[in-house]
Write a protein that binds this ligand. Structure first.
Ligand code: FAD
Length: 289
């Protein structure tokens, strides 16, 4: 089923994001977690694509298993980085043959060993070019990334919104935001992009604070801000990972409850492949029956 049809028919929609095992790790390691995620009744599970396409077959294999063996709708992330058109078309063909109907179309980040990567060598320079190509196949529901604080490379937030409008107009069905820790950023963003003619659903991406250092690294890379309230929590529990984890679970649950109460279509939860903590968050947010 296309995820946009789920979004149109129920509220709140619960989406989980997982990452496939690294290249030298057996793919089976993810399946134990999937059994546990299934018990939480997600509406869909999305599977990330390693930087530079490093997990491309794993991404499709895991997304395919989620759908065929676990009976959960899945979405494969897909990036432009390092891909030529023929390769992209082959992967789209495989997805189609495997019955995969949902794609998160991204530009991607440069491969880790090539921080100055030149995107002009790829078939598609921006995610909007990839969206247009996938949309032309007329087969897939297409999601794309959105940035409540502007993408880190954009000189101005307004520039990013103008680029987002181009991307959506090329065939995006719904958007998923990058992590944010202050819900006002999400509410203002939805209103702001609506003023610029973007009216598709925007799923808020929630990243729980499972470990303070990990969040700091992510925020450094992505340019996301950390509100003072969260900085204080991180300081309070520095040196006490168990209490940080508990506080992080509570923080995420509060964010989720407030977003849903105030009209968000659902939640896209960055689970970090942690079903036990994910369960605790959903329970605290009253999203588990
Ligand atoms: P784009 O939409 O192409 O934007 C990239 C930059 O280019 C922005 O600054 C934008 O303003 C600018 N831009 C866009 N169009 C134009 C134009 N026409 N002219 C000039 N500038 C323009 N990465 C992975 O590698 N694998 C994943 O699985 C993955 N999953 C993600 C899931 C979510 C929900 C999110 C939010 C991000 C994910 N990412 C993933 C990260 C993403 O690949 C990076 O944030 C990347 O830097 C930008 O991707 P994009 O699709 O937003 O790019």
């Amino acid at each position: 089923m296309k995820i946009i049809d789920i979004i149109k028919s129920k509220k709140p929609v619960l989406g989980f994001e997982i990452f496939p095992p690294k290249q030298n790790t057996p793919i089976e390691t993810i399946y134990n977690s999937l059994e546990k995620f299934k018990a939480l009744n997600p509406d869909y599970i999305s599977v990330t694509y390693g930087a530079g396409g490093s997990t491309k077959r794993n991404t499709i294999d895991v997304a395919s298993k989620i759908k065929s063996e676990y009976g959960i709708e899945s979405m494969a992330h897909f990036t432009c980085v390092c891909h030529q058109e023929e390769e992209i078309d082959n992967l789209l063909e495989i997805m189609s043959e495997e019955g995969l109907e949902n794609i998160l179309a991204l530009r991607g980040d440069p491969p880790r060993d090539k921080p100055d990567y030149d995107f002009t060598g790829c078939a598609y320079r921006y995610a909007s070019d990839l969206v247009r190509h996938i949309h032309s196949k007329n087969k897939f529901c297409i999601a794309a990334a959105a940035y409540t604080e502007g993408h880190v490379e954009s000189a101005r937030i307004l520039d990013d919104i103008k680029h987002l409008k181009i991307k959506v107009d090329h065939g995006v069905d719904f958007l998923i935001t990058q992590l944010f820790f202050d819900n006002r950023l999400y509410f203002d963003f939805v209103e702001r992009i609506s003023d610029h003619g973007i009216s598709c659903p925007v799923m808020p991406g929630i990243m729980p604070v499972f470990a303070a250092d990990q969040i700091k690294t992510m925020c450094l890379r992505s340019g996301c801000s950390i509100p003072a309230k969260l900085v204080l929590l991180m300081d309070k529990y520095s040196g006490n990972p168990d209490d940080m984890l508990k506080a992080g679970i509570e923080y995420a649950a509060e964010q989720i409850s407030e977003l849903i109460e105030n009209g968000a279509p659902g939640i896209h939860l960055y689970t970090m492949n942690r079903p036990v903590s994910t369960r605790k968050i959903l329970r605290a947010a009253n999203l588990l029956s």
